[in-house]
Design a protein around this ligand. Structure first.
Ligand code: N01
Length: 494
């Protein structure tokens, strides 16, 4: 047994990405006695989504007391909903203090990975070299690869044009005519932040969003001191927020409970937008919650400012100095900001991760990502995905999801050790059962029945992005490993 454990500790684990999930995984592995860890990060700094999204106004839309690692509470949050620089600094500090930063190889973008059944190892390639490892953890984030909108003429635009997740701070916006394409979570944060400085702001809205008010305020110094001296108080707050979000989630699955939420978003819009025509243009026709429910107190007030024009039409064409919207109007602009979202259901790495049978994740998924516990995939031994298919949340903190998945990974690694094996993958029957359970959970939800087209749905119409239940159920389902659901190389069944 001791020999087996010593062997297990020698395993090399490669983690792609140094965002919340990658850092949480590395810490969990270290605490479990596994030290041979490599983290590959394509950017020059850690933070994942919180490194990539540096646009003005970028902040978390889940309360920071909940959107932090369970074992690293931060008494120093200065706002109930921290802004991006503070979140990135928090993650960097935790990674430094727990010795994770030296494990990160920056500027290493993974271009492919192939499982070798003979050696029972993964070969992971980057532009600079090939890494041969025993276990591969994909912690590269579901919201990390921007989708530029597919609009004719976009590449002919003469001025600066960039995605919110690729913000170019060298472009001055002061006194410029700026267009924002999109009205999702990123757009509604960037619009109020830049509205006061631009000369004119065109907001191109293809589909309006439902927006909730948010309880955001500066945390006074005395409270931060209190949290430092009595950490239990912040833990109590975290617990209250957790249960609050679990409660708020119920209407997503039970239409009967939706009335108060519908009244709240309607009232928020009515109070903040007095002009009836503008209000009508900002009112969605789909059910509340079908697309991601947004939270903001300053989006509607920004839209009502005299230098802002809401254009409630899709952008049909881009000319070198203007955008043309579906109503035929031409809007001259100097800068284009693309708040057009991310590749969620067709992850960029899926075609280049090659499993046991020589097939890629994209070949196996056929446009609809599926994984056992959102974490492992039949035919892909020793591959783990953090924040993988059906692990997303529209209502609470993804950090808790990543931590629960990390526990699952440790459990599977222990199982491999116990069985004296080299690799593990889920049985396809177990994976099918899990996917059926998730799909049944979605079947009557607002995400499927709410009358909208959202980024939660893949090209087959399946919701492969979200977990359909509460966070508590995710933890209960995923943290514990059901040994019978996993095949190891020692099994004759394979
Ligand atoms: O992207 P989105 P996002 N022509 O996909 C429009 C997370 N996040 O970056 O609705 C015109 O939501 C598109 O229009 P439509 C959060 O999970 C978290 O805003 O498809 N418009 C839509 O309005 C969030 O949900 C934080 O009709 C086009 C917009 O672009 C997720 O990231 C902060 C278009 C895309 O909205 C994604 O948010 C920010 C076209 N051709 C984001 N193509 C936190 O605080 C697309 N659009 C944690």
């Amino acid at each position: 047994m001791y020999a087996q454990q010593a062997e297990a500790r020698k395993r090399t684990i490669l983690i792609i990405g140094s965002g919340f999930s990658g850092i949480a995984m590395a810490i969990a592995l270290r605490r479990h006695g596994i030290s041979d860890i490599i983290i590959l990060e394509r950017a020059k700094a850690l933070g994942g989504t919180w490194q990539a999204n540096s646009y003005p106004g970028c902040a978390c839309d889940v309360e920071s007391a909940l959107y932090s690692l369970s074992f690293a509470p931060n008494p120093d949050w200065t706002n109930t909903f921290a802004r991006q620089p503070e979140i990135q600094a928090y993650l960097a500090r935790v990674a430094n203090e727990l010795g994770i930063t030296p494990l990160i190889h920056f500027g290493e973008e993974v271009t492919g990975a192939r499982w070798d059944e003979a050696s029972q190892q993964w070969s992971v390639t980057t532009a600079s070299r090939t890494w041969t490892v025993d276990v591969l953890v994909m912690a590269n984030g579901p919201l990390s690869d921007p989708i530029p909108p597919n609009i004719p003429g976009l590449d002919m635009f003469c001025g600066p044009a960039f995605h919110t997740a690729r913000w170019d701070p060298s472009v001055p916006l002061e006194g410029k005519r700026v267009a924002v394409i999109g009205t999702g979570a990123s757009a509604i944060q960037v619009i109020p932040a830049i509205q006061p400085i631009v000369q004119q702001l065109i907001v191109a809205q293809r589909t309006p969003a439902w927006v909730m008010p948010r309880a955001t305020w500066t945390i006074p110094k005395w409270r931060r001191t209190l949290y430092r001296r009595a950490p239990m108080l912040q833990r109590l707050l975290r617990g209250c927020l957790y249960f609050y979000h679990e409660f708020v989630f119920l209407p997503f699955r039970h239409p009967m409970l939706r009335r108060p939420g519908v009244a709240l978003v309607g009232l928020h819009l009515k109070r903040q937008v007095r002009d009836r025509t503008l209000r009508a243009a900002l009112t969605p026709t789909y059910a509340v919650g079908c697309k991601r429910l947004l939270v903001s107190n300053d989006y509607y007030p920004a839209i009502t400012q005299p230098n802002v024009t809401l254009v409630p039409h899709a952008v049909m064409r881009v000319e070198p100095d203007a955008i043309i919207t579906a109503d035929g109007a031409r809007h001259p602009v100097d800068v284009l900001i693309l708040a057009s979202g991310f590749r969620v259901t067709d992850p960029i790495l899926a075609p280049v991760i090659i499993g046991r049978d020589g097939r890629s994740l994209a070949d196996v998924w056929q446009g609809s990502p599926k994984a056992y516990m959102g974490t492992t995939v039949a035919g892909f031994p020793n591959l783990f995905m953090l924040l993988g298919p059906n692990t997303g949340l529209g209502h609470s903190s993804l950090v808790m999801i990543a931590e629960a998945q990390s526990k699952h990974v440790l459990g599977v690694l222990d199982l491999i050790t116990q069985r004296g094996a080299r690799s593990a993958e889920p049985r396809s029957g177990a994976q099918d059962r899990f996917v059926r359970m998730v799909d049944e959970g979605h079947s009557r939800s607002v995400w499927i029945r709410g009358g909208c087209k959202s980024w939660y749905l893949d090209k087959t119409g399946r919701n492969s992005a979200l977990w359909p239940f509460g966070v508590g159920r995710f933890r209960r389902t995923v943290e514990r490993v059901r040994e019978e659901d996993y095949l190891t190389v020692a099994d004759q069944a394979r």
